[in-house]
Design a binder for this molecule. Structure first.
Ligand code: GDP
Ligand code: MG
Length: 163
């Protein structure tokens, strides 16, 4: 069956921006109803003849800071159970946070392949926080800019290599 790829991470790291960027690419290749992708949290996508379903687990992010850790953990849990590959998104501008560490702990216990995605790398300067993210235990962070669209092809290569 079709592989499931889940985007996981705390609020504001750029999960939805990445989702839309990948969904947008796919819309350029495959026919779909225009205007529906923006509000959906799942989409069919294709890369190098690999077909998969992409899920943005963020959904509607909570306003309350206190709700965030439990909600994110629940989302990560769902991703661990359902997904074939997990895109764990962190924020190069904000740096590593305690919520990132909590999500990482859950993801490490799963046997699923996790791709660590360092978002908001909008230029070719190495983020001052880059090396902090090795602590999460997922190896080299893959640097992308979801809003500008940098590094997305390399990221998708890595995703389909895990199918
Ligand atoms: P989510 O809460 O994880 O879904 O994050 P969003 O996709 O809603 O993005 C949160 C904020 O980060 C928005 O203001 C985005 O415009 C911004 N953002 C997302 N990706 C990038 C990026 O690659 N570079 C920069 N500078 N900002 C980004
Ligand atoms: Mg979002």
């Amino acid at each position: 069956s079709r592989a499931l790829v889940a985007i996981v991470g705390r609020p504001n790291v750029g999960k939805s921006t990445l989702f839309n960027k990948i969904a947008g690419r796919k819309l350029a290749i495959v026919e779909d109803s225009p205007g529906v992708t923006r509000d959906r949290n799942y989409t069919r996508a294709e890369w190098l003849n690999h077909h998969f379903t992409l899920i943005d687990t963020g959904g509607i992010e909570p306003d309350s800071e206190e709700l965030i850790p439990s909600l994110i953990k629940k989302q990560a849990q769902i991703a661990i159970e359902m997904a074939h590959v997990i895109l764990f998104v962190v924020d190069a501008k904000a740096g590593l946070t305690s919520t990132d560490r909590e999500v990482a702990q859950l993801l490490r216990r799963s046997k699923k392949p996790v791709v660590l995605v360092l978002n908001k790398v909008d230029n070719d300067k190495v983020s001052e926080h880059y090396y902090d993210f090795y602590e999460l235990g997922f190896g080299d962070p893959m640097e992308i800019s979801a809003s500008i669209g940098l590094g997305i092809g390399d990221l998708l290569d890595e995703v389909v290599a895990n199918f």
